[in-house]
Ligand binder design. Structure first.
Ligand code: SF4
Ligand code: SF4
Length: 374
């Protein structure tokens, strides 16, 4: 049987339009009643990467979260909203306030749930600390944002699940999985441990270029997508963005492990498929494809020659120190401007992701430029 991805068009965050688009996307999946029964605890997991204004398109838009919360409440569910940002990972009042979640919570009966309590989960000898509310809820609804990503090329439904690892614990995973291939595999481990019952993607205004943080450029994609299979949903959206086939390594790995459908011919797109005609999308510089294509025994040598590393723009840096807090290798000295020790840096680009000023950009090595990594 084919995986189903339901698409609807939505050009703005005007409440009625968003409501109609989400309802329409859900109808092809049997409506919300197919997922939510009265009395269920339903955890909504938006992308709250950092305390950012919704207009920057870094986080799932508050109107989008509000509409889903209302639809779930109407079906009798008790709504929780939770995520853990990068960096220090603290669910501060600033995070809820700036991302619009405070307003969303006030406008609905949804409860904001900090991802502080954790549980250990093991998978084939590897341990992951995961936010406890993920396992306390009866249903997890994944609400990703459609964006480019300087490390993984694309971020959507599967990558959004990485937020279930509470803040600073993410650094440990970057540390033990420094290459894009290893990190992609860790993302799939999280997907294996955490199983959303439903994914509804905010692709109304996403990002292109050096996403997923302040360096990304907002782009109006004008789409809402829903599926029970986050891998299939991502495969469709990554293709629409122009990512090369097999180029998003965590999707390839998730499909290989049979955690979702990865082959286009096995995915059925329902609804307004013309909404997927995005035109030209600017993708970030990316060395992951080349890294994945070479044999593992020469990978260390290769990654010393062909890489994308962070560069601090000294005039944009305010010296806030957030990049230093998020760096898994403690390779950054907090200063104005921040200083990077490239001997320690593993190129995870967590610093670029978290910088609120967009002051850290990916820099290609000379060989990466020759290899045509754009
Ligand atoms: S580079 Fe960005 S995150 Fe780091 S200190 Fe400067 S402004 Fe803050
Ligand atoms: S300096 Fe930036 S890219 Fe390098 S290891 Fe630290 S967070 Fe990752």
């Amino acid at each position: 049987m084919k995986a189903l991805v339901s698409i609807s068009r939505c050009q703005s965050y005007e409440y009625r339009e968003v409501h109609e688009a989400i309802r329409s996307a859900l109808s092809a999946l049997g409506g919300i009643q197919h997922f939510v029964q009265p009395g269920m605890k339903v955890l909504l997991k938006p992308n709250l990467l950092s305390p950012s204004d919704p207009d920057k398109a870094i986080t799932t838009h508050p109107v989008f979260v509000q509409v889903v919360a209302e639809i779930v409440t109407e079906a009798g569910g008790e709504v929780w909203i939770g995520d853990s940002p990068g960096g220090t990972g603290e669910n501060t009042p600033e995070l809820w306030l700036k991302t619009g979640m405070t307003r969303t919570s006030e406008a609905t009966s949804a409860r904001l749930v900090p991802f502080q309590a954790m549980v250990w989960k093991s998978l084939r000898g590897k341990s992951y600390l995961i936010a406890r509310p993920i396992f306390e809820a009866d249903l997890l609804i994944n609400l990703p944002k459609l964006k480019t990503h300087t490390l993984t090329l694309y971020t959507g439904a599967v990558k959004n699940l990485f937020g279930v690892i509470p803040g600073t614990r993410k650094r440990e995973i970057h540390l033990r999985a420094p290459s894009v291939r290893e990190f992609s595999s860790a993302l799939v481990d999280v997907r294996e441990l955490v199983r959303p019952g439903l994914t509804i993607m905010d692709g109304i205004v996403g990002q292109e270029g050096n996403g997923p943080g302040a360096n990304g450029t907002p782009k109006r994609y004008g789409v809402v997508a829903a599926s029970t299979d986050p891998v299939a949903l991502d495969v469709i959206m990554a293709k629409a963005m122009g990512c090369p086939e097999g180029g998003v390594l965590h999707l390839k790995e998730a499909a290989r492990r049979e955690l979702g459908v990865g082959e286009l011919h096995s995915i059925k797109v329902e609804g307004d498929s013309r909404a997927l005609e995005f035109g030209k999308v600017r993708l970030p510089p990316f060395s992951g494809l080349l890294q994945a294509a070479i044999p593992e025994f020469i990978a260390p040598l290769f990654s010393r020659l062909v890489y994308v590393r962070p560069k601090v723009n000294s005039s944009a840096c305010t010296g806030c120190g957030l990049c230093a807090q998020s760096c898994p290798r403690q390779a950054i000295t907090p200063d104005k401007p921040a200083r990077i020790n490239y001997r320690e840096c593993v190129g995870c680009l967590c610093c670029a992701e978290i910088c609120p000023q967009g002051a850290i950009t990916p820099l290609r090595s000379p060989l990466a430029r020759i290899a045509g990594i754009k």
